[in-house]
Each structure stands twice: as C-alpha cells, then as structure tokens.
Design a binder for this molecule. Structure first.
Ligand code: TPP
Length: 631
C-alpha cells in the first residue's frame, strides 16, 4: 500500500504495471481532480482501494462513499458547479440509481468539469444484468470515451477531464469489467502538484441551473445539443479514434473498447487482415471518420459488445451519405449476449466471413473441473440466520431476496429468496405480493448497506400504506459483498470516525411498531422472533445481526497471534444425521465416502455457530495451529 501511495503521488514520469482501476486514480491526480465520490459496486471498488492507499492528509482530492449512486452524483455535481473538477464512479446498474440526476447534467454549465466513470459489466460477472450504458449517454446528450486497456484508461480519463473542463459539460468514461481489472505497463507523466484552490466559485450567473418548464429547459437542451455537436466535430480529429490500416480495400471492421483487443488477437490468425477502425469516442459518432472508412471498403463488420448501438449509427451514416457498402453487425441473439472474448469474437467474425479465419486447431480436451457453487463464508452470520429462519417459516410463505451476500440464501439448503430484482427492491416487491393475498405471508430480506442505499423508500412505503409484511434486516455492520465498505450505520465513513445512524433507531423514528432484534448465532431465539413477527398482521421488522466474519477474522488476525480456532467432529458421538452438511451447509464440513464427516481446517474459523445445529452434539470446539484434516 505504501508503494501504491508513493507511485500514485510520484512527481517525475514513470512506468508501472497497474490495473485499469489504479491507472484511473493516477489520472485523477495528474488531471487536478478535486472531488471524487462513489457508491461501491463491481467492477469499480478497487478505484477506492487505490485512493485509500494514499494517506488522507496527502490525498490531493476529497473522496467519499456516498449513501448511493444518485447522492454520489449530486455531490460530484455540486462540487463541479462550485468550480472543482469532480468525478463520480460506480458500477453499471449504479447509473440506474443515479439516473434522475445524471440525465440533467448535460443541461448544466458544469464550470469545474465532471467525469462520470461507469463500470459496465458485459458477461454479468457481478451484476443482475448486462445493461449497455451507452443508451443513457444518448438519452442525456453526454459524450462517452471507451478505453480498451489500463494505458488507455489513464489517457482517456485525462482527455475526458480536459474536455469536460473546457466545454463545461459531463463526459462519461465507460469502463468494462476486464478493462478495470486487466493489468498492463502504463507510462505515466510527471505530476506537478499545485497549491489547492479552495475558492468557492458557484455563481448562479454561470447558469441557469434551474431547469423548470419550457422557457428554461429549451435553451438548456439546445445548449446540450450544441455542445454534443461540437464534440462530434472535435472527435473527427481526435487521436482517441484510431485506424489500423492493413491495406485491405475489401473488408473493414469497426469496433471499440475490449472487443478491439479481441479483434486484434483473433486477426493474428487471418491471412488477409481487414482494416480496423477503433472508436475511442463511442458517442457522439465521428460521422466523417466513419463515412470515410465506409467509403474505402466493400464490406464492413461492426464488432461491438452488448447492444447494436454503433451498428445502428454506422448504418444510418451509410444511408444518409449514400455510401454503397455492405454493413453487417449482429447476426443473432447470441451476439448480444456475453463478453467479447477472443473466442467469442472468433465466432462473431466467422458468422459474417466464414473464410476469414482458419478453423481452430482441435484443442486437447482438458480434464473437466467440478463447478464450485457460490456460497457464504464459513462463520457467516447470514448462514445461521437462514438456518434459523427456515425453521420458522411455512412452506407456503413467499420470501423476497435483495442484493448482497445474503442473496446466496436462495441456494440450497436454505432456498430462501424466491424473487430478486435490484438493490432495495425487496420491501416494495413484498408489499405488492401481499396484496389480495390473505393466505401466504410475505417475508422480505435486506442488508444494512442496502437499507440506507435504496431500502428506506420501500420501508417507508410499507409503513405509510400499511403493508402487512415482515422485513428481515440482515445487519452485518458493513457492505460485505463489495469488499467491506463502511455505511451510515458503521460509525466510520471513508475518511474518519463519524456518528452511527443505527438501523433500529431509524426504524423506531419511522414509527415501526414491531421491531425484533437478535444476534443470528442465537438461532433458537431468531426462529422464535421470526415466528412472532410473521404472526403479526402489520408491518414488522426482525433485525438479524452478526458482524461479517470475514472482516472480523481478518481484523483479528492482523491484531493477534496466530491461534487457529476450529471445530472438530467427535466420531463417537456422530450419528451421521448430516444436519451440518444438509441443512446448515457450512463448506467446512465434507461427507467422506465412508459416510464420516470431516472438518477442513483451512476453511473453519472456529466461530462455533454450527455447534448448536448438531442434534447428536458431535461438533465440538478445538484449538490448533496445524492445517491437517481432522475427523
Ligand atoms: C445499484 C447498485 N449499486 C451497487 C451494487 C453493488 N452491490 C451489490 S450488493 C451491495 C451491497 C451489499 O451490502 P449489504 O446490503 O449490507 O449486504 P451484505 O453484502 O453486507 O450482506 C452492493 C453495493 C449493486 N448491485 N447495485
């Protein structure tokens, strides 16, 4: 971390192998960014990890994790109209949450400049969909820069920041999962720190900043359109759009971002390589650049991940400019799905040009690797909660999941959570499910970070409209799924100790009459409370809490000597009832071919939450320093 901080603040030029998510932080520093905000979500949380590596007193900009993406966008916007270059970053679906604010940005005179860094997730590696945020860009008249590698992330951010400051408009830097996470040697420039300018520059005369009714909205919209057109003209000469000239007058490929890398990889095998136009500015479309490329080729293939955004634009340009060229883009639905890895691009290209690439050499069949199912960590409080809650619910009850580590409750053996939508949606969906439903109780689940992020409006709605559902708040004191970021109830923000906003007190303040609370390791008590809550025909809440054990054990290991606690199975007592593997489901336990249960010491953290689950009392606490398997 010390090395990372030193590198991010180095004044002389240097080269280093870094992730895209790290390169963007160095770019922020060099560009003179003053305010950065975010809400965590893959593939972007490592941007905050790099920021955290810089000690607060040395950090050249202010950073915060806000309560959600919309608030984060507002914080960055507020800073930018006060004259400070700002950046907000979040994951793909974060833009849905930010959208009400985001779609207004291009209407405003953003005097300090503002870069919106979006981490899209083709392949749905860690998201509930594959949404293509270029659509939002078009809807809001916002330019999009799309780098293909960590080195480009660095260059493109600086260019986006420069342009945003010059034109006083927002610019999107669209990253995708593997651009964020890929590592590459990047040549960084020098950084000459300047004395910070803390003059508040907000002046309504720089506006208007009030978009209300046609008389104000229309001029603002016209200005946004004009700026977008200016960017288009500028982009025609920009080095971010790049031509790879293979002297092929027959075939050309238009592509961008990570698919460009895959195209270049795959084309190594082509005897006659098509020319390639790589668009670094993917919106607005560099009309003349594209038209010139189309004119030079008889056939052009658009290779783009996710939706057919570029394809439609390219076809429209060809039509309007009356260019005679055969354009093909997506052939079937599979072309809309998944990441454009080299293998995928190979298939995509062969659908249009079967002769372009040689058949793949028959690959040696690799031994198949058993799939490892996602699961909660050993000791996870959510496991104890689901084990206990399952005992309290009727088969017919409807369970509504939310997004977080606790989503994994939908998997066997618990199978709790029959519907999932997006962050904070469980209470609202649960309310809907309770309508015209006298016979099946609805139980919704929500994590504590989500509670503050987007959970509260659904909760308030259930109180306000008297929806008789039970909400179980899975409180583990952190935003676990995305890497343990603090939230409003943690008592810490990114920068310092702060006042806790306890979930229970918020609920009390909202007037929830039935609030129950227990540690999830108190499994019988939790079952009892859930039964009680579900029996009430009004909105009720059970706070099922236990600290995130992954976070806690890591902290404890950092502090204390390396004593490993674990549990062991007493073979004399074990009656092979298999409650531990079949119902509690801790990955620590495995069933051996002879039917015995083994404990894997590499996994077991010795939390002991399993001990109470064994009807034969065969699970016992133990201490060791070894890593052997014990029976
Ligand atoms: C709109 C949106 N922003 C961010 C994310 C990334 N994300 C997935 S789960 C999660 C929060 C998890 O925290 P919490 O609700 O406390 O549940 P836990 O994982 O701690 O059980 C986040 C931020 C997302 N899926 N959607």
């Amino acid at each position: 971390m010390k090395h990372l901080a030193e590198m991010l603040l180095r004044e002389e030029p240097f080269s280093e192998i870094v992730m895209g998510n790290t390169a963007v932080v160095r770019a922020m520093v060099e560009a003179g960014t003053r305010v950065v905000s975010s809400y965590p979500g893959s593939p972007t949380p490592e941007i905050a990890v790099a920021i955290k590596a810089i000690p607060r007193e040395k950090r050249p900009f202010y950073f915060e994790f806000s309560t959600n993406e919309k608030v984060a966008t507002e914080v960055a916007y507020g800073a930018s109209v006060n004259g400070h270059l700002s950046t907000v970053f979040f994951k793909s679906v974060g833009l849905n949450v930010a959208s009400d604010t985001f779609v207004q940005l291009a209407h405003m005179n953003i005097i300090g400049g503002m870069v919106v860094v979006v981490g899209d997730d083709p392949g749905a590696n860690s998201s509930q969909n594959e949404q293509d945020n270029r659509h939002y860009a078009m809807m809001s008249y916002t330019p999009v820069f799309e780098p293909a590698s960590p080195a480009e992330v660095y260059i493109y951010y600086k260019e986006a920041a420069r342009l945003s400051c010059d034109r006083k408009m927002p610019v999107i830097l669209r990253l995708t999962t593997h651009v964020c996470h890929a590592k590459e040697k990047v040549a960084f420039s020098e950084w000459r720190p300047k004395a910070p300018d803390n003059t508040p520059r907000f002046d309504p005369a720089n506006g208007p900043y009030i978009p209300i009714a046609a008389s104000l909205v229309f001029p603002m919209k016209r200005k946004a359109l004009l700026r977008l057109e200016e960017i288009r003209v500028w982009s025609e000469g920009s080095q971010l759009n790049q031509l790879i000239d293979n002297k092929n007058l027959e075939m050309g490929i238009i592509t961008s971002g990570l698919p460009f890398m895959s195209v270049m990889d795959v084309l190594q095998r082509a005897e006659k390589k098509p020319d390639v136009l790589k668009l670094g500015i993917v919106y607005p479309f560099a009309r003349k650049t594209v038209a010139d490329f189309l004119k030079k080729h008889k056939q052009v293939k658009v290779v783009e991940e996710l939706d057919d955004v570029t394809e439609q634009a390219v076809k429209a340009i060809a039509f309007e400019e009356q260019i005679s060229v055969r354009i093909s883009g997506k052939i079937d639905h599979e072309d809309w799905v998944g990441e454009y890895t080299p293998d995928k691009v190979y298939e995509v290209l062969r659908k249009t040009w079967p002769e372009l690439l040689p058949d793949k050499p028959r690959e040696r069949a690799l031994p198949s690797i058993p799939l490892r199912q996602a699961q909660m960590c050993p000791g996870c409080g959510h496991r104890s909660a689901f084990y206990a809650i399952k005992r309290a619910l009727a088969e017919t009850d409807i369970t509504v999941a939310d997004i977080g580590c606790h989503t994994l409750g939908f998997l066997p053996p618990y199978e709790i959570g029959q519907l999932l939508m997006c962050m904070g949606a469980s209470t609202g969906m649960g309310a809907g499910l309770s309508l015209f439903n006298q016979s099946r109780k609805v139980v919704a689940f929500l994590g504590d970070s989500t509670f503050f992020h987007a959970g509260l409006p659904g909760i308030i709605n259930s109180i306000f409209n008297r929806h008789p559902i039970t909400l179980i708040v899975m409180e583990n004191g952190t935003t676990a799924m995305t890497g343990h970021q603090d939230h409003a109830a943690s008592g810490r923000n990114f920068n310092e100790i702060t006042d806790k906003i306890p979930v229970r007190q918020v609920l009390e303040g909202l007037g929830v009459k039935h609030i129950f609370e227990t540690d999830t390791y108190m499994q019988s008590r939790l079952s009892e409370l859930v039964r009680e809550a579900v029996a009430i025909n009004e909105f009720s809440v059970v706070i099922a809490k236990h600290p995130c054990m992954l976070k806690l054990t890591r902290e404890q290991r950092r502090k204390s000597a390396h004593i490993q606690r674990h549990v062991k199975i007493d073979p004399k007592r074990c009656q092979q009832i298999y409650e531990c593997v079949e119902k509690f489901g801790c990955p620590t336990f495995t069933r051996e071919p002879d039917g015995a249960i083994e404990t894997n010491l590499d996994l077991c953290i010795g939390d002991g939450s399993c001990i109470q689950t064994c009807p034969a009392k065969a699970i016992q606490p133990s201490i060791s320093t070894g890593t052997e398997l014990i029976r």
